[in-house]
Design a protein around this ligand. Structure first.
Ligand SMILES: Nc1ncnc2c1ncn2[C@@H]1O[C@H](COP(=O)(O)OP(=O)(O)OP(=O)(O)O)[C@@H](O)[C@H]1O
Ligand SMILES: [Mg+2]
Length: 370
């Protein structure tokens, strides 16, 4: 296999998927590659009670009910809409579902203000149209249309960012399950094959989900993904991603467990502070998601590898945390400063360990940025 900066889930976990397929004797909806139980197992990982000959790693961390409801939705007539705060793993879950169901998670349309109907239906290869006229050969299907033809999952990222024209086009695709091509005289309808469905994601901090037309809302089942606040699951996610990251960069470095604890504790404290803040100015601009925590750790690891002595230090971690979270100056810096004085300082006196170094690193970073 050639190198890729980031392999899609079906490539990265091809071996696991092959194996699961080989032992899967459960009933499969449509042309699905795996049965619903195996899909759940692939996403949430195996437990001893499953009695498998090998371990399947957990890839998405969250309540199993979300995963089950998502799978059930995709076996139904409706599309799946995953909604939640930024960085809660919606896109990752969508990718895993598409990989497990269709072995193809790359038929993706990105919703932006500039997304047009062509992006979800089809467009034309202009030079071929000039040379040979409009025909199926000169038609360029969109990823969604390709998903329909193949009977697989199509993905629509950031659905709420697209305009109402695009949303309307999607309504007809989801209800009629075909796309007509009025420019052609014959062979001018593309019917969706069984197994086609759509997984869309929407960020609840963007323009409201309420802006979706009610006709479109009716064609989707909503699954709300909350921010992970359980420290244990959060630690698992951060560890899982970090291991992967180190492997990708071919970095040999241990992340000391006590530094991981400090990172998790800081985010928990900052979230609590944000929850009790009365105005937006007293709240960090960051959503303080798990993904952001991963970003802080990634920065710290790369910094230590490139400029440090290849071991992760509390000072470096503090510097990355301040650097990533101080987006607005002076508001975010003031909040961080308050946190450092009010929480990190007393902790460092009481708990000792790596906290004093964390305190010092953060102080310096705040001073540099202020
Ligand atoms: N529950 C989770 N399980 C596993 N990984 C997670 C989870 N939450 C976040 N992550 C990791 O965090 C990163 C960001 O997640 P992802 O891009 O899926 O978020 P998102 O919800 O789509 O965010 P956005 O709304 O900004 O698009 C990914 O690398 C993902 O693997
Ligand atoms: Mg996303």
């Amino acid at each position: 296999m050639t190198d890729m900066l980031r392999a899609p889930a079906e490539v990265k976990y091809a071996e696991e998927l092959d194996w699961l397929e080989s032992i899967d004797d459960g009933p499969k909806p449509f042309s699905w590659r795996l049965s619903p139980r195996m899909i759940r197992l692939f996403i949430l990982g195996s437990e001893r009670a499953d009695g498998l000959d090998r371990e399947i790693s957990q890839k998405w961390f969250g309540d199993r009910s979300f995963v089950e409801r998502s799978i059930v939705t995709l076996a139904s007539d409706r599309g799946l809409l995953l909604i939640g705060d930024p960085g809660t793993g919606k896109s990752w879950l969508a990718e895993l579902l598409a990989a497990a169901i269709s072995r193809n998670s790359t038929l993706v349309v990105q919703g932006t203000a500039g997304t047009t109907e062509d992006h979800i239906k089809y467009s034309w290869n202009v030079s071929m149209v000039i040379a040979k006229g409009q025909s199926r050969a000169s038609l360029i299907p969109s990823p969604i249309m390709t998903a329909m033809e193949k009977g697989v999952i199509g993905r629509f990222e950031e659905l709420t960012r697209s305009t109402s024209d695009v949303q309307d086009a999607l309504i007809s695709i989801l209800s009629e399950k075909y796309v007509s091509i009025p420019e052609l005289d014959d062979d001018n309808i593309v019917f969706a094959q069984p197994g086609f469905s759509i997984i869309a994601t929407a960020n609840s901090r963007d323009r409201g989900v309420n802006d979706l037309s009610s006709a479109l809302k009716r064609r989707f089942n909503f699954v709300r993904i909350p921010v992970v606040t359980n420290k244990k699951s959060e630690a698992e996610i951060v560890r899982f991603r970090t291991t992967e990251l180190l492997r990708r960069h071919r970095i040999e470095l241990d992340v000391p467990p006590n530094l991981l604890d400090i990172l998790l504790q800081s985010f928990a404290d900052l979230r609590a502070a944000a929850a009790s803040a009365t105005s937006d100015d007293d709240k960090l601009e960051s959503a303080l998601s798990t993904a952001e925590q991963i970003g802080v750790l990634e920065d710290a690891i790369l910094h230590s590898t490139f400029f440090g002595d290849r071991s992760l230090r509390a000072e470096t971690l503090a510097g990355s945390l301040v650097g990533s979270l101080a987006r607005r100056s002076p508001e975010d810096l003031a909040i961080l400063n308050k946190y450092w004085h009010g929480v990190v300082e007393p902790r460092s006196k009481e708990d000792g360990g790596e906290w004093p170094a964390f305190l010092e690193g953060g102080r310096q970073a705040i001073a540099t940025l202020s």
